[in-house]
Design a protein. Structure first.
Length: 389
């Protein structure tokens, strides 16, 4: 396969639903709503979509053909690597349009994570199946290890043990994303302030994760429309955002976290150098970043594995306002999964596009030109995109 050439593809349209905790709409309805908005934003009829990348458990290509009125679907794919799926979906869509397989590829993500069966609940519906299901059922579930915060605690506690890192970094990330959410009318926690005292008083769920270190469960959907860059310029919609590079990476023994050769290894550590090389940029050139934040700790670890700092140094890296608006590297300017909504990270991509268009309102990064967006999924899968205006 030939190497992706920077700026061959562009994000021509974005769409998202309201983010709620409680809805009468089905997951498929939410996906269709966000998809139609992305098409309208790109200035095309939904029937003209000829490629689909689905990153949710909800919906099939047939559902999208019917719901959007697609007349000539040339390409479709499903991606199932958890929260890395939306950015990995963008990665696949860029290659699809660059190769000529399709011209207008819709990438969608969404779910009823609050209104439908929630993690840890019992229901008559299908059981939640995690990656490496045999490992989970036979080796972990019998000992009570059944939820992401428990699995991720193995990684987090080993990191603290090996590096003697400060726990201050987790609080910094939590407070920073909440402050940014207050500037975003689409954020679930837009009207819910958080003080340092609130963070410290939040209950410890699984060491080292307090309640306020953990992301939201929400209902909603988001979508992007990817085209060739030259077609995006002609479409007549909003200004396109160009994709300089994308990459995907996976840790060693991806499903078996506890027996991984390096429990701190993450797929983003493999993907980031590839993307930076393709784009031909340095990390210090970035104006802002949208970093997948299912837990505050995961933000810190991605910053390290991407190369912003060494292992154990992320708490110092994010200190002193560096990741706040007006700082050297504003992070998660929309509030992220922690304080805006959990749509498997597609809202991070949408926010990056808004920033690069200059449409982020009170949360706008001055002079935003170059951005990095990540996805993190399952037990360390990673995806990254480098975008610019």
């Amino acid at each position: 396969m030939s190497r992706y050439q920077p700026d061959t593809a562009a994000i021509a349209g974005i769409g998202e639903t309201e983010y709620t905790r409680g809805t009468d709409k089905s997951g498929l309805q939410l996906l269709m709503e966000a998809s139609l908005k992305a098409c309208a934003d790109a200035g095309i009829e939904s029937s003209a979509v000829d490629g689909l990348v689905m990153t949710s458990r909800v919906g099939t290509n047939e559902d999208f053909v019917a719901g959007l009125g697609i007349t000539d679907l040339k390409f479709h794919a499903h991606i199932k690597i958890g929260g890395a799926s939306p950015v990995a979906g963008l990665h696949l869509a860029c290659h699809a349009v660059a190769s000529g397989i399709a011209e207008r590829v819709l990438v969608s993500a969404g779910r009823n994570a609050y209104s439908s069966m929630r993690l840890g609940a019992t229901d008559s519906g299908p059981r939640v199946v995690w990656p490496g299901d045999d490992i989970r059922r036979n080796l972990e579930y019998p000992y009570g290890m059944i939820a992401p915060m428990q699995w991720y605690s193995l990684h987090a506690n080993r990191w603290f043990h090996e590096t003697n890192a400060s726990r201050e970094g987790m609080a910094t990330v939590a407070l920073n994303t909440r402050r940014h959410a207050h500037l975003n009318p689409r954020a679930w926690f837009r009207d819910r302030p958080m003080s340092r005292e609130d963070y410290d008083a939040s209950p410890m769920l699984v060491t080292p994760f307090k309640l306020l270190d953990v992301c939201l469960e929400t209902d909603g959907a988001a979508a992007i429309l990817v085209t060739r860059a030259d077609a995006a310029r002609r479409a007549g919609g909003k200004p396109p955002v160009y994709v300089a590079a994308t990459a995907e990476g996976h840790p060693d023994s991806p499903d078996d976290l506890s027996n991984r050769p390096d429990i701190l290894g993450m797929g983003i550590g493999k993907a980031a150098p590839r993307a930076l090389d393709i784009a031909g940029i340095r990390l210090d050139e970035l104006d802002f970043a949208e970093i997948y934040d299912c837990f505050t700790f995961i933000v810190l670890r991605q910053l390290e594995e991407i190369g912003f700092c060494q292992r154990g140094e992320a708490p110092d890296f994010v200190a002193n306002g560096r990741i706040a608006l007006g700082g050297e590297l504003p992070l998660n300017t929309h509030g992220g999964l922690l304080s805006q909504a959990h749509i498997s990270g597609m809202n991070h991509v949408v926010e990056a596009v808004r920033q690069l268009r200059g449409d982020a309102g009170q949360a706008q990064v001055a002079g935003a030109h170059l951005s990095l967006v990540t996805g993190y999924g399952d037990f360390g899968d990673g995806a990254i995109a480098i975008l610019h205006n």
